[in-house]
Design a protein around this ligand. Structure first.
Ligand code: FAQ
Length: 318
């Protein structure tokens, strides 16, 4: 293809983005657009799958049958989100095996938040309340992202995340209305998860290398800092209802901005976690690699079954 033809295709592509048209897998797209989507969407899929681990840890220890059923359903939903997202990413020409390989070798990232341990039952409440709360704020704008399969997957994901957030908040409400020990447990969980939840929304806009281009392509519809502010403004009143205090001495309502001012985020901690040195990074990857290796016989059996079926069909057709 000549340079002139590429320029003309790029122009048509930019115009489609401008008109808010969805880009579909078989449409022409710039190579960078394809690669950026593979990066973000596969990282998103990995986050959902790795995100099952901190909560999976509590399924056998949930304090009642009702809690167990709800947690089990939530973790299953996360598996489903991962699978939609892997399928949507495959439409861009990368295989699932390649994506897994990138996760297992550390080439692809997944959300920093899942590298923290879930040490008490209150962590299940806090993960639902804060982590799913932040995930919804990040993902609702993705329902109108420019790449069709990603945008459509996000609609269902967001509905389910909303249930997840409410089940987490309900656990917190119950603990906060319980004994002083239960309330302390809830406060302790909030103290540990608050800052990592703010970090989850990504580096500051000044440090974010992808935001500018991703906003132009309408992959991202809001910047990391905008989402973080929205998350804080939404969550502080919820903490007030619970009677819990946000562990930030600089948190203050700003009348002029009609938003909360907040304290300095420890970005060194964030980058350490992103680079693989968080409290649970090694365990998380080990669990995924073990699941992949341990599942080899299942994949082999499924392939053998599929090829036997195919042979049978071919014989019947003769
Ligand atoms: N952790 O230039 P930016 C969930 C990386 S799903 C690790 O700002 P971008 C559901 C970033 O990749 C949670 N790395 O990047 C659930 C880039 O590195 P790269 C996941 C991070 O893409 C709930 C570099 O830093 N959600 O929670 C993080 O424009 C409960 C520079 O950053 C999504 O994936 C981080 N937190 O903005 C499941 C949503 N932040 O790739 C279970 C879709 C940034 O060049 C239980 N993704 N980095 O090597 C997004 O919206 C965006 O990708 C951002 C980052 C906002 C995460």
């Amino acid at each position: 293809m000549s340079e002139e033809q590429v320029r003309s295709l790029e122009k048509q592509f930019d115009e489609r983005i401008e008109r808010d048209e969805k880009i579909e897998p078989k449409d022409w797209m710039p190579e960078k657009y394809r690669k950026t989507h593979i990066r973000q969407m596969s990282q998103h899929a990995h986050s959902e799958i790795v995100g099952m681990l901190p909560e999976g840890n509590w399924i056998t220890r949930a304090p009642s049958l009702r809690r167990k059923v709800a947690l089990l359903a939530k973790v299953q939903d996360e598996a489903g989100h991962g699978l939609y997202l892997y399928s949507a990413t495959e439409t861009l020409g990368i295989s699932r095996e390649e994506m897994y390989e990138q996760l297992h070798t550390g080439k692809a990232k997944y959300s920093s938040i899942f590298n923290y341990p879930t040490v008490t039952w209150a962590d299940m409440g806090t993960v639902g309340w804060l982590v799913d709360g932040a995930a919804i704020i990040n993902q609702v704008p993705l329902c109108s992202t420019s790449f069709g399969p990603y945008a459509r997957a996000m609609v269902r994901v967001c509905k389910e995340e909303s249930f997840h957030q409410r089940q987490g908040y309900e656990i917190m409400l119950k603990l906060c209305k319980g004994t002083p020990e239960q309330k302390d447990m809830a406060q302790d969980a909030l103290n540990r998860w608050w800052w990592p939840s703010l970090m989850m929304l990504g580096p500051t806009d000044a440090e974010s290398v992808h935001t500018e281009q991703s906003m132009k392509w309408k992959l991202k519809r809001k910047s990391n800092d905008e989402l973080r502010q929205q998350f804080i403004d939404q969550t502080v009143p919820q903490a007030d209802i619970l009677g819990l205090s946000i562990p930030d001495k600089d948190l203050k309502w700003n009348e002029e901005r009609q938003s909360y001012d907040f304290g300095e985020i420890n970005w060194d901690e964030f980058w350490q976690v992103v680079k693989g040195h968080g409290p649970m990074n090694k365990e998380r990857i080990k669990a995924r690699v073990n699941a992949w290796e341990g599942g080899e016989w299942v994949r082999d059996a499924a392939m053998a079954y599929a090829s036997k079926n195919q042979e049978r069909k071919e014989k019947q057709a003769v």
